[in-house]
Ligand binder design. Structure first.
Ligand SMILES: [Zn+2]
Ligand SMILES: [Zn+2]
Length: 108
């Protein structure tokens, strides 16, 4: 099985004046006219073309600030080894993660 490509595969007339744009992956977008439906479909292809999160087990933050706030909360908590010390944007480009810098543990 190969991953589906995300390209505009077809457009179909929908109910009334609406148009359905269909991605090669099977995803559909419906809008009140063809250009709107195609625009929505392209937005889907752009989002889908991003790489997947390589660390889905890690907590995700919507922004760098959120991740930084989470770190400062961790740092205020006593004990608990292996606290995160650094933020970085996920390669997926969709969110942020925190990481530790300790070399005593294997870097992930
Ligand atoms: Zn798609
Ligand atoms: Zn991620």
């Amino acid at each position: 099985m190969t991953a589906p490509k995300h390209v505009l595969a077809n457009t179909l007339p929908g109910i009334g004046q609406s148009t359905i744009a269909i991605c090669a992956c099977g995803h559909r977008e419906t809008a009140y006219n063809r250009s709107k439906a195609v625009a929505k479909l392209y937005a889907h292809t752009i989002a889908a073309a991003r790489p997947e999160c390589p660390t889905p087990h890690k907590k995700r933050y919507g922004s760098e600030r959120e991740a930084a706030n989470a770190i400062s909360r961790f740092l205020r908590m006593p004990g608990e080894g292996g606290r995160p010390t650094r933020t970085y944007q996920c390669p997926s480009g969709q969110h942020w993660h925190t990481t530790r810098q300790q070399s005593s543990e294997r870097a992930s």
